[in-house]
Design a protein around this ligand. Structure first.
Ligand code: ZN
Length: 494
């Protein structure tokens, strides 16, 4: 078989397995995974028998459906030696906000710089969140964003759609058309009433029920809006407006109430639910219990909730960390990590939504003036893979959280694993490479990062999107417009 690219001798990682092997790519697709002799200039070569004992798991795992075994010759136009490195499915960041209008400005990364940053961190597909504003249709809202994104995207992209208005039922009637368009997830903000984004419980229920009928899933941003309003009013009256009060106005109780309410509503009507950016212990445990009882409840968290606590809001530069929900106490952070390890948490995504430092500084003396959000798309895979490299989770678990689970939950049928027939979205990770994060050596358009100074042992060294190299050892080598729209498949929810 002639192939375009052969990545040889790496440790191939999928959600269920990890083995020493080679990955062959042709026309943007993975065509074979296994052990192959030869390569460029070697002519047709015979593959050896199936994968041997895995250096990682210590036993022989043979990937299902992989054409390994005698007689398979591979001749590659290009061979990459991945000895001593991990070969992983490209990351899928299921939660980003590019070019999002917020609080008098727009998030710093548009679709070009945002997807460039993604590529340089090993993320090969991003999910962006277009908003269906009052009086507008879902497909028209998504199409508008798709048109903006298409000429700029350096990696592949999909869209959830945030629904804000049922339009007297018209919006629900459009769900089937949205699914046909490839949008199989709808988001409800349980907050942001003043911004016109909030969805009340009656609308939330109808959205969850209709989404299930059309094979889609509802995502919720869960915080209790009246509690936030009450807290903010009180703190303002008392002159308590430093970033610490951003945390106190949206503390553990504020998030937990909404998490539990969303879980309860979804359970009651038997609809699937995906909770975005889970950050508190009480909500997490309620969602876990519903999962354990067999409900289709999925939980996402973000690296910032795993790495930081509310203590960041006491810092001089605490305003840079203002995001919603805010980082919580150490108890929540520890419980989130436990849930990452034991499988309770399904996905890790970033809620990437950076602003410039001077814009964040609007909230230095008054947290209500800060545009909410932090950057992170380039940091997702490095952060989770560093945890794997340090032995805190397995590499397969990192792949589940950052690639295979988001692909499965959101219907990206061609993505999320290194198997024949899948898109050749591939990351090569060097477990020995040292990297210190800084705004200067990362690729967001923002002028700062909350990850500044963080050191990693291990870092991605190459990223391929559909077989094309887009990131090579510190350098972005992709092209705007190369990324493609991912039309997602509906689910048949139980
Ligand atoms: Zn978000």
């Amino acid at each position: 078989m002639n192939v375009d690219l052969l990545i040889k001798n790496g440790t191939v990682v999928n959600a269920e397995e990890c083995f020493r092997g080679d990955v062959a790519v042709k026309d943007g697709k993975i065509v074979a995974v296994g052990h192959f002799d030869g390569g460029a200039g070697a002519g047709f070569a015979r593959s050896v028998a199936g994968p041997g004992p895995s250096p990682v798991t210590g036993h022989a795992d043979r990937p299902d459906g992989c054409p390994v075994g005698a007689g398979l010759g591979i001749h590659a136009a290009k061979v990459v030696d991945a000895s001593g490195k991990y070969v992983l499915p490209g990351g899928i960041d299921a939660h980003t906000h590019m070019a999002l209008p917020v609080g008098g400005t727009t998030s710093s990364d548009g679709y070009f710089t945002g997807t460039r940053a993604a590529a340089c961190g090993g993320v090969t597909t991003i999910f962006d969140y277009p908003t269906q504003y009052r009086g507008r249709g879902i497909v028209e809202s998504v199409r508008e964003r798709r048109d903006m994104c298409a000429p700029e995207a350096c990696v592949d992209y999909a869209f959830h759609c945030a629904v804000t208005d049922l339009g007297g039922g018209k919006t629900l009637d459009e769900f089937a058309a949205a699914v046909d368009y490839g949008v199989t997830s709808f988001k409800c903000y349980m907050v942001y009433k003043a911004a016109g984004l909030m969805v009340e419980d009656d609308a939330l229920l109808r959205i969850m029920a209709r989404a299930k009928e059309v094979g889609a899933i509802t995502c919720v941003h869960a915080e209790n809006a009246p509690l936030i309003d009450l807290n903010v009013e009180r703190f303002k009256r008392e002159g308590k407006t430093t970033p610490w009060y951003h945390y106190l106005s949206r503390d553990e109780d504020v998030e937990a109430e909404a998490d539990k309410r969303a879980v309860h509503l979804a359970k009651t009507i038997g609809a699937p639910l995906y909770i975005v950016h889970m950050a508190d212990e009480e909500g997490l445990l309620a969602a876990r219990d519903a999962k354990l009882a067999g409900h289709d409840i999925f939980i996402e968290t973000c690296p910032q909730y795993l790495a930081f606590t509310r203590d960041v809001y006491r810092r001089e530069d605490g305003y840079l960390y203002v995001c919603s929900p805010p980082m919580k106490g150490e108890g929540s952070r520890r419980e989130l990590w436990e849930a990452v390890r034991n499988g309770t948490i399904d996905t890790v995504a970033t809620d990437h939504c950076p602003f410039m430092a001077h814009e964040k500084a609007w909230g230095k003396e008054d947290f209500t003036k800060s545009p909410n959000g932090c950057g992170g798309v380039e940091n997702l895979y490095p952060y989770m893979l560093a945890a794997a490299n340090a032995g805190e989770i397995t590499f397969s678990r990192a792949v589940q959280l950052c690639a295979s689970n988001p692909a499965r939950i959101f219907g990206c049928t061609d993505k999320g694993s290194l198997r024949p027939g899948k898109d050749a979205d591939i990351v090569i990770y060097d477990p020995g490479k040292a990297f210190t994060v800084s705004a200067g050596n990362t690729h967001s358009a923002s002028d700062h990062t909350i990850w500044e100074g963080r050191t990693y042992k291990g870092y991605p060294v190459q990223t391929y999107v559909r077989g094309t190299l887009v990131y090579d050892d510190g350098e972005f080598v992709g092209e705007p417009g190369f990324g493609r729209y991912v039309r997602r498949a509906p689910h048949r929810w139980g």
